[in-house]
Write a protein that binds this ligand. Structure first.
Ligand SMILES: [Zn+2]
Length: 301
């Protein structure tokens, strides 16, 4: 069975599956018009190609109002309709009731129950991996602490076994980092290093949402440029046998330069590699975690 891959009744069976999941905050599909949508700027052909091959995913989840980060990320990474459970879309950092849901339902814990090794590739600029500030914990931090009991920190970043959230480290100088900026391709290499050592690797990039809110065209351009260089290299992960590259978002924002708020646009789900066909018919954020778990379950039988 080692390395064998086949499809029976549309359920893929991939042995020794490894997944690399890049989560990009505030990154919708949006208009095809580059005057409105920076992702469609011809200076970023890789981003255009990425969108062309993506499955549109609903982020509104049948709940009134614009989708928000806390409930969107919880829905994406727990496989439940968190906006419906909370009665509204909740922005930013999860309040106690949503935090509890994330602690119980998150993908990392579910993977551990399947005896798989998940990891969060983002680094925290701290000395002790067990001591991160209790306030302002995002969904990914909550699930990492709950399921994995620690985060990647300074040492792992400097050893090429973690990636700073901004990819090139450009925001880190204000936090006491005095090293160089790194090229996107090098950061991608670091992410691939992490993914090679784990069954499931998650990386979160949220500058896109910040840039969208800022309405600053230079910051938007910088994010697009970073992703244009970073994603092709990390996407090569899906070209190896038994490996799957996934990319998704929690809601739209940066793809519409006529607003500085979130949008109701569908978000792109990109799936390349082993088992990718299992993701092509998905329709909303809550279906992604169950599809990931089904792939691992099928491969373990
Ligand atoms: Zn936002």
């Amino acid at each position: 069975m080692n390395g064998e891959y086949f499809c029976v009744f549309c359920i893929s069976v991939v042995s020794d599956l490894k997944i690399l999941f890049v989560f990009i905050d505030g990154f919708g599909i949006g208009s095809a018009d580059p005057a409105v949508n920076p992702l469609r700027d011809p200076r970023f052909p890789n981003l255009g190609k990425l969108l062309d091959g993506a499955t549109p995913i609903d982020a509104c989840l049948g709940v009134d109002g614009k989708p928000q980060s806390a409930t969107g990320q919880a829905s994406l990474l727990c496989g439940v309709n968190a906006a419906h459970a909370m009665g509204r879309h909740i922005e930013g950092f999860p309040p106690p009731s949503l935090k509890k849901l994330v602690e119980h339902e998150n993908l990392f814990s579910k993977l551990r129950k399947l005896h798989k090794q998940p990891t969060f590739a983002n680094s925290y600029w701290i000395d002790d991996p067990h001591k991160i500030p209790l306030r302002r914990q995002s969904v990914t931090t909550v699930m990492t602490l709950k399921a994995l009991h620690g985060v990647r920190h300074k040492e792992e970043l400097m050893n090429g076994m973690a990636v700073n959230h901004d990819i090139t480290r450009w925001t880190m100088h204000t936090r006491g980092y005095d090293g160089p900026l790194i090229p996107e391709e090098e950061a991608a290499e670091h992410l691939l290093n992490v993914a090679a050592e784990n069954d499931f690797t998650l990386f979160e990039y949220f500058m896109t949402d910040r840039a969208g809110h800022s309405g600053d065209p230079e910051l938007v351009f910088q994010c697009m440029e970073t992703l244009e260089r970073f994603l092709p290299k990390v996407g090569t992960f899906g070209e190896e046998p038994n490996q799957l590259f996934l990319l998704c978002s929690d809601h739209g924002n940066i793809e519409d330069n006529t607003t500085t708020t979130h949008t109701k646009n569908p978000v792109p789900l990109v799936a390349v590699g082993a088992g990718a066909e299992s993701f092509q018919s998905l329709e909303n954020l809550t279906q992604i975690t169950p599809a990931i778990l089904r792939l691992y379950e099928a491969g373990s039988r």
